[in-house]
Design a protein around this ligand. Structure first.
Ligand code: GYE
Length: 311
């Protein structure tokens, strides 16, 4: 860096300065994602510096981080938007400053699609559909008819919460599974809030007639498992549980028989992200959305897969 270079930085030869406005540190997924991005930037000669801001799941802090990146005239801004709405103004400011924005992980509402270059991350609706397909397969033969479901949603208004919910119920409705959504609340993707919401579910509805808990991430599922055990029930047996992410702790709970299905969400995309950042800085054509590859795991696979987990 340095010098009184009046260009836009792209292709200047001395490496790109990248600003990354990360969501927070709410989950094992997020920590692994931050580490992956930071390690990839450090190892990459094409990147001079990664300015990293942890926004503590607070949109105001993220907007402030993006504004600071604009002031600092970074080459590329990477944003993992905590929620989908409310980005128009700051994205427009980045566009006016001529700084391209790459979304990592989470997306923004369709109305803002022209204000970012590309998104690299998971297909959250597809993750929800995978969870829904397992629920249909598991409960289609349910002798008592209606499958009674509790849902622990991720952060209200976030792309993964919106889309994991939509994809799941899309499949249940399409397949005609008779179900009742007994309750659905946000646990903000954290273990503490997941546990607290599950305690409220248990107080309000009991657990005797409940078939399935669908938790939008590992932490909320693991928090709920504690609440279920403290209430004297056996998670994974008295109530079936689906989680999304697939951390080591999530798989361990699966090996212990405490949950039944894991939909993988892959946070380790740092190297892929650096490639996208460089392409965008060079003004190359990129796809509007690049999905990260992900699988699903049932109880027969938990033990063999546990040693492979990277976070
Ligand atoms: O599933 C969850 C994290 O946005 C895909 O955020 C990410 C989600 C992930 O808090 O654990």
């Amino acid at each position: 860096g340095g010098g009184d270079d009046s260009g836009d930085g792209g292709g200047s030869g001395d490496g790109l300065v990248v600003g990354f406005a990360q969501v927070g540190a709410e989950s094992a997924w997020r920590t692994a994602n931050s580490e992956s991005v930071q390690a990839a930037a450090e190892a990459d000669d094409r990147i001079a510096e990664l300015k990293f801001v942890d926004a503590q799941q607070d949109q105001e802090k993220q907007i402030e981080a993006v504004r600071n990146f604009i002031t600092q005239q970074v080459d590329v801004i990477v944003l993992a938007p905590v929620v989908e709405t409310g980005w128009t103004d700051v994205l427009q400011e980045a566009a006016d400053a001529g700084i391209p924005v790459v979304l990592a992980d989470r997306g923004v509402e369709a109305a803002d699609e022209d204000l970012y270059v590309t998104r690299l991350g998971s297909d959250f609706a597809e993750e929800g559909r995978k969870a829904g397909a397992w629920a249909v397969e598991t409960f289609a033969e349910d002798p008592d008819g209606t499958t009674r479901i509790l849902e622990l949603q991720g952060t209200t208004g976030s792309a993964p919460a919106n889309d994991r919910k939509a994809g799941f119920f899309e499949v249940l409705d399409a397949e005609g599974l008779p179900y009742e959504l007994v309750d659905s609340q946000s646990g903000n993707f954290t273990a503490e809030e997941g546990k607290a919401v599950m305690e409220t579910f248990i107080t309000t509805h009991g657990l005797d007639g409940i078939d399935l808990l669908y938790a939008h991430n590992d932490e909320m599922g693991l928090g709920a498992i504690q609440a279920i055990e403290e209430a004297g029930y056996q998670p994974g047996t008295d109530i079936q549980i689906i989680i999304v992410d697939g951390s080591k702790a999530g798989f361990q709970a699966g090996v212990d028989g405490k949950l039944n299905y894991i939909v993988e969400c892959n946070p380790v995309f740092g190297e892929q992200l650096m490639d996208v950042v460089v392409q965008v800085a060079n003004g190359e054509e990129v796809e509007k959305f690049t999905p990260v590859e992900e699988g699903v795991f049932d109880a027969s696979q938990f033990e063999a897969e546990l040693p492979n987990r990277k976070f």
